[in-house]
Design a binder for this molecule. Structure first.
Ligand code: FAD
Length: 489
């Protein structure tokens, strides 16, 4: 049976629309500002949120705060998304077989956050250390379990848990009449398949599950074992082996060091070093940094661009992930091409369906939780008509200008959503749209200090730092939101 949920007009008097100038940034094109004087009535929409990870949880809270009616679909049996650690791995260790058993989370057993908790947390729900016995991890860079507990606290304290339908997978999202969306979901608990109509859909399904693999000559006939870091849990499978690890992300750095403790040799292949690079890693007798792989051979040998040859047992890909929305049927209005999800206005809205279809969490190389919070506030305000959007044509023009800027700067398509140095400008632009405070100065400075510290002390940055003055500033700021360490959000 099809259920239809209608949107409700809240009031005839809309609040003032914010009109702000876009900040300059290499990766952000100038925004078109909508300056119509017509102000539509405020509305409460019925919104489907797909996924109950950090993105879906904060989207649900912001939508609810704005007066919308929200249902969050979550296919797993608990909220938390990628922070729900599981020892289970997929049946295909490189994750390319279409019929493999899939596992959502990419967390490994020893993972500690790569951001300090002050920077990482939602803006008005600080990630402060909490009482709670041995279960809790008060460290500044805590383990993955503490992050999961934080997200569960958030979900419970803001009543989001009551909006979540657990073990319910969205299998199809399709355009329905009147600019609405048909959401087909399947519940595990014998509830069968259900079709419902929603005014809007917010996609928060995560993008750290579908492995991305590099291609190089000879790999298809190479006889060794291959893994993607999505299926890495601990170093045991690599004991006494010669391992080639490809990648240089935060996870690659952690995993290479962990494996070096048990493996015979670890050879790191990195795209970001010169071709002639071959360096023994300081502090290790069995770990080397190389340039990328040139080719692999049937006899197990792997040749690097630096000319060295390694007879390896295993290749471990720490090469990132692909955006993947198997449930989305948009007739080509949103596509994924070389890891560009597009066209998306400001990485959130496909112009043809804005704002009824939106995406939270697409940008990478960012501080995710606060960025999700800004994006969610924006989406919530757009859906209620409190915040205005440019016309579809103007949004499309903005996207095209952005793509041209990327091309002109030689940025590969697959880096479209890498905000890197622009992330705080991006956050602040959205904050201006929403009429809410921009990112805190201490957060920007702390992020920069931690990045420097990470480069200087890759082994110990989580336990040694010199930015205590910023920690004090953060805690001063948190007093606005916490009372005795407990949120009064
Ligand atoms: P997810 O957490 O992946 O949640 C998506 C949810 O959607 C999942 O629960 C999934 O089950 C559900 N879902 C998917 N498809 C469907 C469907 N069809 N129907 C219903 N439900 C569906 N960030 C930091 O801030 N600090 C860190 O230190 C850090 N370390 C990281 C380490 C690793 C190894 C990884 C992989 C990521 C790390 N991140 C870190 C980034 C992290 O991914 C984000 O912080 C954030 O948790 C992502 O949230 P999300 O909601 O976008 O996605």
């Amino acid at each position: 049976m099809m259920k239809i949920h209608n949107s409700i007009v809240l009031s005839q008097s809309a609040t003032t629309r914010p009109m702000f100038k876009t900040p300059r940034c290499r990766l952000l094109s100038d925004s078109v500002v909508h300056n119509s004087t017509m102000q539509p009535a405020l509305a409460s929409r019925h919104v489907a949120v797909i996924g109950a990870g950090a993105g879906g949880l904060v989207a649900a809270r912001e939508l609810w705060r704005e007066g919308h009616k929200v249902v969050v679909f979550e296919r797993e049996d608990q909220v938390g998304g990628t922070w729900v650690y599981t020892p289970k791995v997929e049946s295909d260790p490189i994750g390319i077989h279409p019929n493999r058993t899939t596992v959502h989370s990419s967390m490994y057993e020893s993972l500690r956050t790569n951001l300090p908790r002050e920077v990482m947390g939602f803006r008005d729900y600080p990630f402060v250390a909490r009482e709670g016995g041995e279960e809790r991890d008060p460290r500044r860079f805590p383990g993955h379990k503490e992050v999961l507990m934080y997200l569960k606290d958030f979900s419970r304290e803001f009543g989001v848990s009551e909006m979540v339908r657990l073990e319910t997978e969205v299998v199809v999202v399709d355009a329905a009449e009147g600019g609405r969306w048909k959401v087909k979901s399947r519940s595990k608990g014998g509830g069968g398949v259900e079709d419902e109509i929603y005014d809007a859909v917010v996609v928060c399904s995560g993008h750290f599950t579908e492995p991305r693999l590099p291609q190089f000559p000879g790999i298809n006939t190479w006889k060794g074992k291959q893994f993607h870091s999505h299926n890495y849990r601990n170093p045991e499978p690599f004991r006494d082996q010669v391992v080639i690890l490809i990648g240089s992300s935060a996870s690659a750095v952690d995993i290479s060091r962990e494996i070096a403790g048990v493996a015979k040799e670890v050879h790191i292949a990195s795209r970001s070093v010169a071709d002639e690079t071959l360096q023994k890693q300081p502090g290790y007798d069995n770990m080397w940094l190389h340039s990328m792989i040139e080719n692999a051979h049937d006899d197990g040998n792997v040749v690097f661009k630096d000319g060295s040859v390694v007879l390896a047992d295993t290749i471990l890909y720490c090469t990132g992930y692909k955006y993947h929305f198997p449930f989305l049927e948009t007739n080509g209005t949103v596509t994924v091409d070389d890891n560009r999800v597009g066209p998306l206005y400001k990485h959130v809205l496909p112009p043809a369906s804005a704002p009824s279809l939106s995406f939270v969490g697409i940008p990478w190389k960012v501080v995710p939780f606060p960025l999700f919070e800004f994006q969610s506030k924006w989406i919530a305000g757009l859906l209620s008509n409190r915040i205005a959007l440019p016309s579809k044509e103007e949004m499309m023009e903005d996207v095209k200008t952005f793509y041209s800027l990327l091309e002109a700067s030689g940025t590969p398509k697959r880096y479209t959503h890498n905000l890197g140095g622009c992330q705080f400008e991006y956050d602040d632009w959205i904050a201006a749209q929403c009429g809410c405070p921009v990112s805190e100065e201490w957060r920007k400075q702390m992020y920069s200090e931690v990045s420097k510290n990470k480069r200087a002390r890759p082994e110990t940055y989580r336990d040694e730092w010199e930015d205590d003055h910023l920690v004090l500033q953060a805690h001063e700021d948190f007093k606005k939101y916490t009372l005795n360490g407990v949120s009064n959000g």
